[in-house]
Design a binder for this molecule. Structure first.
Ligand SMILES: [Zn+2]
Length: 87
């Protein structure tokens, strides 16, 4: 996996941590508008907007394909466990 610098992403809308890096879960491309982003600090599910700034993606579980929902849920759970935010 290759990590990318995303200078315009700014800060996580949920926790406020700087989110200027991205590592694709599949493929090696840099983020494009509409891509899903999961905050490494708090596990929030965000989405890149038209100018690659991060926006909350609150209805991801309803609008994403089932396989993507499953993958997102696993990544979020993993982050929350590593951060001690889940028992
Ligand atoms: Zn966050």
């Amino acid at each position: 996996m290759i990590s990318h610098f995303v200078p315009r992403a700014g800060f996580c809308p949920n926790c406020g941590k700087l989110a200027d890096g991205a590592t694709p879960a599949g493929g090696e491309s840099s983020p494009v508008p509409g891509d899903v982003s999961i905050c490494f600090y708090c596990g929030a599910v965000n989405q890149y907007g038209p100018k690659l700034t991060l926006e909350p993606f609150e209805n991801w579980a309803e609008v994403c394909q089932p396989e993507l929902v499953r993958r997102i849920a696993l990544l979020v759970e993993s982050i929350l466990i590593k951060r001690g935010m889940l028992p």
